[in-house]
Design a protein. Structure first.
Length: 581
């Protein structure tokens, strides 16, 4: 049994067989070779080398005949790499002494060779890394490894273990078979983590290099509550987690009884609890968990789940599906909140050295109106089917907000001229995600119908912490006193102006932190659907005065850790059944 620790990003516990993918996403056999099978495995390796060698020689001759001998020499260099005696010595040592499969040995050794070459200052040698990767892929193919990502071709339940998952890969995971996943890199607030929560997949990220340690692991436990991954658990551990699963089921049944009850404190202070969603199919979970509406409909899945850029009709059909399913409840649709670096359908910018401070969100939309206009047209069209509101992300200046509002007015006029059904009186809001917006909030409140604090990015930009970087994950704390002061100012300014304000970041999904937010004056929160029952339970267990005392005490503390420990102690006092661990 091997216990690994990482960063919990999506709650819940999953148990199942391991599906191990290498850094490129190939499925690599991790079984141990028995001593009597070593010679056969080395023979398989030699056959694969011979096959690749013949293929490279054929490519050399064909290329030389068409493009000249100098071009054909590219493959001659690959042949030289393939037959390097040091390479074969290390591969055979791993198979004979380490009991590794030939495919696993090839993957590990050649991946390291390529990484070493890429780190060299010599650009010519660094370019040879691609040749090494090409050899690796060909060898893996001849060794019978699946050389395309198998995540969409599953037929049995698995736990995915991999170096990393992109948001689009996460969005496309088949929930019928993928029970959970864990990665070597990643942080708590990245898009991958947000998508995982939307899919309600237990996930742990930022574990560090561990794939080589998996060995012959056949069973994996992913503890998404505590950030623990257990490889090959013993019977006692499996029993303990099974008992925990049963306790969670009983708690879930009790919490389900709250679905149709209002989110009010014991002294009848009413709160609005809405849901965050990524995908239209999540509406069912929202209604099942008693959401009052959709407080944040992230539209990025339309771009991330396809290689094609979504059309106006793609947008319209997705929005209409959600709006109609919510049956008159409010639906807040946030416009595109991606960076140009994440737009897979077409390159929109050169690679940016710091994409988090680059062309993204509202900046990207305003710079590319051909991208923005179809989304806004679809949004205004979908608004005729229910209570739709639009929200702009990452607003930093008044000019950005005014440009976006002006474009909505222009599009409404175009739709009217074309005789296309739409609503032009749609409420307009903005995300408060950067300190600049907080400092200028007294001006912004005069030009919007509502505000929503996106705590994920607000924490990132306030504390200068890349929320997807596991190396600084310990600094990414939404309970940091600086963040709490910014939230307090937002509540004060919005309250004075009479502008509705909501929290839509992950901060509100923590029941202990939700009590703090209520005490600070927040009266509306939007959460992942599966977080709604616990937060409602917490709110219905306390009075406003108790929450205000919690907030007053928390604001005197100087460190996020101290604040979280205090909040956890208070939650344990008022709602002990929510302290699952």
């Amino acid at each position: 049994m091997l216990e690994l620790h990482g960063i919990p990003v999506s709650p819940g516990v999953a148990i199942g067989p391991a599906l191990v993918l290498n850094r490129e996403g190939y499925r690599i056999p991790h079984f141990q070779i028995a001593p009597e099978g070593v010679d056969e495995e080395i023979s398989r390796l030699r056959v694969a080398v011979d096959e690749v060698s013949r293929a490279l020689e054929a490519s050399r001759l064909e290329t030389a005949a068409i493009a000249g001998d100098s071009t054909g020499e590219i493959f001659a260099a690959q042949l030289q790499m393939l037959h390097d005696p040091r390479l074969h010595a290390e591969l055979q040592r791993r198979i004979r002494q380490g009991g590794q499969s030939a495919a696993y040995a090839v993957s590990q050794v050649l991946h390291r060779y390529a990484s070493d070459l890429r780190r060299l200052d010599n650009s010519l040698l660094a370019q040879r890394a691609d040749d090494v990767v090409d050899i690796e892929q060909q060898l893996l193919h001849h060794l019978g490894v699946v050389t395309r990502r198998p995540l969409t071709e599953l037929t049995d339940p698995v736990i995915v273990l991999t170096h990393n998952l992109t948001p689009s890969e996460t969005a496309n995971l088949d929930r019928r078979y993928v029970r959970g996943f864990c990665t070597e890199i990643g942080g708590p607030g990245g898009h991958m983590a947000i998508v995982a929560k939307g899919l309600e997949l237990p996930a742990v990220v930022g574990i560090g290099e561990f794939l080589e340690s998996v060995g012959g692991a056949t069973t994996v436990i992913v503890d998404g509550d505590r950030g623990i991954v257990i490889l090959d658990p013993d019977n006692d551990t499996l029993q303990r987690y099974e008992e925990g699963r049963q306790r969670r089921q009983h708690l879930a049944l009790r919490l389900a009884e709250l679905r149709d009850l209002p989110a009010t404190t014991v002294d009848d202070v009413a709160l609005s609890l809405n849901a965050n969603i990524e995908f239209p199919h999540e509406v069912g979970a929202c209604l099942e968990h008693g959401a009052g509406g959709i407080g944040l409909y992230r539209t990025e899945f339309l771009y991330l789940s396809s290689d094609e850029e979504p059309s106006e009709q793609d947008h319209y059909l997705a929005y209409r599906e959600v709006v109609e399913a919510m049956q008159g409840r409010p639906v807040v649709i946030r416009t595109l909140d991606l960076g140009a670096d994440k737009m897979g359908s077409r390159p929109l910018t050169e690679p940016e050295p710091n994409p988090f401070l680059g062309l993204r969100s509202i900046r990207l939309s305003l710079k590319h109106p051909e991208l923005f206009r179809p989304q806004l047209r679809a949004l205004l069209r979908a608004a005729v089917h229910g209570d739709v509101r639009v929200m702009f992300p990452l607003i930093t200046t008044l000019s950005e907000l005014r440009q976006a509002k002006m474009l909505i007015n222009t599009i409404a006029e175009d739709l009217a001229e074309q005789g296309i059904a739409h609503r032009r009186d749609i409420p307009i809001g903005m995300m408060v995600e950067v300190p600049a917006a907080v400092l200028m909030l007294d001006r912004f409140v005069k030009e919007v119908d509502f505000l929503s604090i996106g705590t994920n990015d607000l924490v990132q930009y306030t504390l200068a912490v890349d929320r997807s970087n596991e190396c600084v994950a310990d600094l990414y704390q939404s309970s940091d006193p600086a963040v709490l002061r910014l939230i307090a100012r937002c509540v004060e300014v919005a309250g004075q102006a009479g502008v509705p304000l909501s929290i839509c970041g992950e901060m509100g999904s923590n029941p202990a932190r939700s009590l703090l937010l209520v005490g600070m004056g927040v009266r509306s929160m939007s959460l992942p659907p599966n977080a709604l029952p616990k937060v409602k339970k917490a709110i219905r267990s306390v009075s406003l005065q108790q929450c205000e005392k919690i907030a007053a005490r928390a604001m005197t503390l100087e460190a996020a850790r101290d604040i979280d420990l205090y909040l956890l102690e208070r939650l344990g006092k008022f709602v002990p059944e929510l302290i699952v661990s």
